[in-house]
Design a protein around this ligand. Structure first.
Ligand code: ZN
Length: 233
């Protein structure tokens, strides 16, 4: 049995497995990341708060307007009741009414302003609600795609693990131990191909005699430069 071929097949499986595990790690990170959604949620909260403040402000002004109107009404009915005859008192009452009317006019301007602010706050809340709903939809769509992809990768891992088991039956215990040690020492790549008469991993030249040896030998041959197991397809 050609050990280097089986070791190379094992390497291909483990390399793919490593890549898939990195992809799954990346997916897991994205699955728990809902920062985008939280931003829209925060904007929605702010819009609700602004609306509440605008409602309270308008209510306050309306109540002030109401109380000034009452005062004006009361003062005017005293003025026209004919009960007050003292000219000084009448004059005071008239100037008080004039002052209340000026105050009312200012408050009415403020009321109009507050109504506009409230209207804007309502519009902003509507937009924020729509944006948040859309963000939720987008988020759910992305999440379900990620889960789908993760499941696909997990089932690929399962099938790779079955292939791996089958190949392990053809590899000697010694060679497997060497392979695992090299995998740890060589950043996951223990077996490499010879391509264009060179080690594909480190680029060292492989002489024709060596190449012959790799192809013919029943034992494994290591790259004299990087120490990895060589495979000549
Ligand atoms: Zn090498």
């Amino acid at each position: 049995m050609n050990q280097s071929l089986h070791l190379f097949q094992l390497q291909q499986i483990d390399t793919e497995n490593d890549q898939i595990n990195l992809q799954i790690e990346e997916i897991n990170k994205r699955l728990i990341n809902d920062e985008h959604l939280r931003q829209y949620e925060a904007r929605l909260r702010e819009a609700k708060q602004s609306l509440l403040l605008a409602q309270q402000a308008l209510k306050q002004i309306e109540s002030n307007v109401q109380s000034i109107r009452l005062k004006i009404e009361t003062s005017e009915s005293s003025l026209y009741s004919g009960k007050i005859r003292n000219p000084k008192e009448l004059q005071d009452l008239q100037s008080e009414i004039a002052s209340l009317k000026r105050r009312l006019s200012t408050l009415e301007d403020e009321q109009l302003e507050a109504m506009l602010t409230l209207e804007q706050a309502e519009q902003m809340l509507t937009v924020a609600q729509q944006d948040f709903s859309q963000a939720q939809l987008d988020h759910n769509q992305v999440q379900s795609k990620l889960l789908e992809e993760k499941n696909r990768l997990l089932s690929r891992i399962k099938s790779l693990s079955e292939k791996r088991k089958a190949i392990l039956g053809s590899i000697s215990a010694d060679n497997l131990a060497t392979y695992e040690q090299l995998r740890q020492r060589k950043r996951g790549v223990a077996v490499t191909k010879v391509e264009d008469n060179a080690c594909k991993a480190c680029g060292a030249t492989i002489r024709p005699a060596e190449l012959q040896n790799i192809r013919a030998s029943s034992t494994i041959v290591f790259c004299s430069s990087c120490g990895r197991v060589l495979f000549a397809g």
